[in-house]
Design a protein around this ligand. Structure first.
Ligand SMILES: *Cc1c(COP(=O)(O)O)cnc(C)c1O
Length: 359
């Protein structure tokens, strides 16, 4: 085994020994009673976390599987992809690769999605599906899910697919109240699980549209998920160990209390934010749109981000991220999502100070 480098990168994030222990429960057959019991135990708490009475489906894939699946199930006329960073920009490209008609509603990296601009685009009547990333992990920008959903809901025939991969379980999400048609997330971000599991909901009207769409394929066919859900099951063999881990994490979330969990993410994010300001750095995201699960720091001091990361790794066994794609080095990113505590973020900050001093 290689040395344990503690992850403060925005995914995958640190997985606790208690979670790994829960994941090592004996393997079970997924068509048996034990799996159905596990599936049923997880459902109500996932519904509470998502703010929905609809089923929450378990997909054995990373988030992109469901992101692509949503297009294959729901794109009929034309997709409008809200784009303001690496993940949301790529969603447009994925739509094209699936052979779907799709346009980007493009914003600069670092900007939030502007609901008025979205409204103007949808008013053309060209679109019947919108993709939206709540928390752009590449830039640390959290757009307003409530405002975007309110705009999309003005248009009866337009469905909203929302990626909450790096915000789910760290901030309150209200699927039914906001009228979100597909909400999806992945296991390796705020859920603090290993990668490989995605969770998603599908509204009744989205399910009705999917039923009319050809070429949905099999692995991500929403109707297959529903059919199997009715038997407390999944279409294909799921990542059972990770689902054990999810059950463990849900126990932990509800023991802590969801309000406490949300407050903890804000508090720990503020600790990182204080370090940023204290050291003369700036935020890449504008005020009011800063993510509470990670911080994307503008390298306005023009430090050697590579060397800074190396010192953190060599002297403190800590990993941060040196910036994503075209903003590599111009920014760097630090995650505070998942199981982090005042103590673990305190340790991180001491290490950041020490490493900055050694540059
Ligand atoms: C990490 C991430 C993804 C991609 O998830 P995969 O698990 O790599 O498929 C998508 N969207 C956002 C916002 C992310 O942070």
């Amino acid at each position: 085994m290689s040395q344990h480098i503690r992850l403060y990168i925005p995914g995958p994030i640190e997985v606790s020994p208690a979670t790994y222990a829960a994941m090592s429960a004996p393997m079970i057959g997924h068509r048996g009673k034990e799996f159905a019991a596990l599936y049923d135990a997880i459902q109500p708490r996932l519904q509470t976390l998502m703010g929905t009475t609809r089923p929450v489906y378990l997909s054995t894939s990373s988030a992109w599987g469901v992101m692509e699946g949503a297009l294959r199930n729901l794109a009929v006329k034309k997709v409008l992809c809200c784009a303001n960073g690496a993940f949301s920009d790529k969603w447009v490209e994925v739509a094209h690769r699936c052979g779907k008609e799709a346009d980007a509603l493009q914003f600069e990296w670092g900007e939030p999605i502007n609901p008025a601009a979205l409204d103007a685009k949808l008013a053309t009547g060209e679109y019947d599906l919108v993709t939206f990333i709540h928390n752009e992990t590449s830039t640390g920008v959290m757009s307003s899910l409530a405002e975007v959903a309110a705009v999309v809901n003005k248009y009866d025939d337009v469905l909203l697919v929302t990626d909450t991969v790096s915000s789910f379980s760290a901030v309150p999400i209200e699927v039914d109240k906001l009228g979100i048609d597909v909400l999806l997330t992945g296991s390796q971000k705020a859920l603090a699980l290993p990668p490989g599991l995605s969770l998603f909901t599908v509204s009744e009207r989205a399910m009705a549209r999917a039923a009319t769409v050809k070429d949905r394929g099999y692995y991500f066919d929403f109707l297959e998920f529903q059919k199997n859900h009715e038997k407390s099951n999944t279409p294909s063999t799921p990542c059972i160990s990770t689902i054990y881990g999810l059950n463990h994490q849900l126990n932990a979330f509800f023991d802590e209390g969801l309000e406490n969990r949300y407050a903890r993410h804000i508090r720990l994010n503020q600790m990182v934010g204080d370090w940023v300001v204290r050291n003369g750095f700036e935020f890449f995201a504008p005020e009011g749109y800063r993510s509470v699960t990670l911080t994307c720091i503008k390298n306005n001091r023009e430090i050697d981000v590579n060397r800074f990361s190396q010192i953190l790794r060599n002297d403190h066994a800590i990993a941060i991220n040196g910036g994503y794609g075209k903003i590599k080095g111009v920014t760097f990113r630090i995650s505070n999502m998942g199981d982090e505590t005042d103590e673990t973020i305190g340790t991180l900050i001491a290490a950041l100070d020490d490493s900055l001093g050694k540059l």
